[in-house]
Write a protein that binds this ligand. Structure first.
Ligand code: ZN
Length: 219
């Protein structure tokens, strides 16, 4: 068996301009996310992460149902099932200092690929994410930091979910499914799946998001 970290999300120094359309769906297919994290996480960051991830996946035709990994019972679900984990502490507290960002692009998250199959297990590297975000968040009030950090984690996880849901290792040219994020992508006001990816995910979800994406693209 050959395992590799092919579906790894790195970091770009480029900032890419993007456009968005409103493609909120009224119907959605449920996806179950079993979530775990190293102890010591900020509850506020996790709250913002869940809210943002729910919104991003909703545009793609999925409704996220969160489950705790610990003590979870096996359940039957017709939709996709993903295990997500935060490794390290995903927050930047007041007065907290971190080392300089690595000169090489840092891996923010990864999902294993075995024998060409993308497995439904995603891990976020909170240490690398913190080093990436620290320069942008350092001047922000703590409450705002938590919000921006939570949203960044959501964007990173949404990228990995894209790989898992479609079972693909390739990337889109833009949006959440592109191969590398810039630090600005992580903190900017709006950063979502672009229309082509939304259409693919919506088709996969079978909820008609494809039509919504087409409508939005045609505006
Ligand atoms: Zn990727």
């Amino acid at each position: 068996m050959f395992a590799r970290r092919l579906a790894t999300l790195g970091l770009l120094s480029l900032v890419v301009g993007m456009s968005w359309g409103d493609s909120r769906e009224t119907s959605a297919s449920e996806m179950v996310v079993y979530f775990s994290a190293d102890s010591g996480q900020s509850p506020r960051v996790l709250e913002y992460m869940k809210r943002e991830l729910g919104q991003i996946m909703e545009t793609a035709g999925y409704r996220v149902a969160w489950r705790e990994t610990q003590g979870a019972r096996p359940e039957q679900t017709a939709g996709p099932l993903i295990v997500a984990r935060l490794e390290g502490i995903c927050s930047l507290g007041a007065g907290e200092h971190v080392g300089p960002a690595a000169e090489q692009p840092a891996s923010l998250a990864w999902t294993p690929v075995v024998d060409g199959h993308v497995l439904p297990f995603s891990t976020v590297n909170c240490g690398n994410l913190t080093r990436t975000l620290a320069p942008m968040l350092a001047g922000e009030p703590v409450a705002r930091r938590d919000f921006l950090y939570g949203r960044a984690v959501a964007r990173v996880l949404a990228h990995e979910f894209y790989h898992i849901l479609l079972g693909v290792t390739e990337h889109a040219a833009e949006g959440v499914a592109k191969s590398c994020f810039s630090a600005m992508d992580l903190v900017t006001e709006r950063f979502e799946f672009e229309q082509t990816t939304l259409a693919r995910l919506g088709k996969h979800a079978g909820t008609g998001a494809e039509a919504g994406a087409d409508e939005a693209a045609g505006r």
